[in-house]
Design a protein around this ligand. Structure first.
Ligand code: ZN
Length: 269
């Protein structure tokens, strides 16, 4: 031990979730309940003025000896990362950090959306999410899921965080981005420029998915059009044009093949 730091953590509450075991498939879209213990309830004063919160939990079932690993369930081909470069639950101090949507508050019960913690997980702390917490275009490790459905769901989550409605063109944007990633790789790479022709919903969602800014560097161009839904993806040596066909998927946006939704033209430059 390195001296007496008075380091004592008392849980302030507990998670109630339908996930009972760490092996259960995560259901992050289903609201979970966070019960705050009665003696801490005064600390919730005015919390409902916030739509989003940072939630710090204690992953009591974690392996605290692990320092290096990879999310191999996501992709068996990933290289190793240090656990401080990952969101792995296994780490020396298994503190979990979640950005959650506060759905409602009733007394000492917070209904939140966005956690995949199991039932009875201890809660360490809650803080409001502030607008100055946003970094619009961070540089991050490119951890690509092997499974296309998983990639689709992750992109949809990013799209909805940004665009905030699951409209038709937000779904179309996710499918365009998913198709573009097959050819271009990481859509946040600094040398990838994106031009979008189409609705504001299409442009807004593609900007959110690619984190491409209008300037510094200028990676994003938008041309509003009611006739056309097209995205052009350019990086040195390569040019990809994805144009939506005039069809409407029946049912789920996961179902149609790229070729049914789009005409895709790849050219070397
Ligand atoms: Zn929209």
């Amino acid at each position: 031990m390195q001296g007496d730091l008075g380091l004592v953590l008392n849980p302030i509450g507990i998670v109630h979730s339908s996930m009972k075991d760490v092996e259960d498939p995560p259901l992050p879209d289903r609201p979970a309940e966070v019960e705050i213990y009665a003696q801490y309830q005064p600390a919730l004063l005015r919390i409902e003025e916030n739509s989003h919160l940072w939630l710090l939990l204690w992953f009591h079932k974690s392996n605290r000896q692990v320092l290096v690993g990879a999310p191999r369930r996501l992709n068996p081909d990933l290289p190793d990362y240090g656990v401080f470069s990952l969101r792995s639950p296994n780490r020396p101090n298994p503190i979990a950090l979640y950005l959650v949507e506060l759905v409602s508050r009733q007394g000492n019960i917070l209904k939140v959306r966005g956690i995949d913690a199991i039932d009875q997980t201890p809660v360490l702390d809650i803080k409001p999410y502030y607008e100055q917490d946003i970094v619009f275009s961070p540089r991050t490790s490119y951890i690509r899921a092997a499974d296309r459905t998983v990639r689709h769901n992750i992109m949809l989550k990013v799209a909805l965080r940004h665009h905030q409605e699951p409209c038709r063109d937000a779904n179309l944007a996710v499918r365009m981005a998913l198709a573009a990633e097959e050819y271009m790789g990481n859509l946040n790479q600094p040398e990838l420029n994106i031009t979008v022709y189409g609705s504001r919903c299409l442009g807004d969602t593609l900007q959110g998915l690619t984190r491409a800014r209008l300037a510094n560097p200028a990676r994003f161009t938008f041309r509003e059009s009611s006739q056309l839904s097209r995205s052009i993806w350019e990086r040195p040596g390569c040019n990809l044009m994805i144009t939506a066909r005039d069809i409407e998927p029946v049912g789920d946006w996961h179902d149609p093949d790229d070729e049914d939704l789009f005409s895709i033209e790849l050219s070397q430059t």
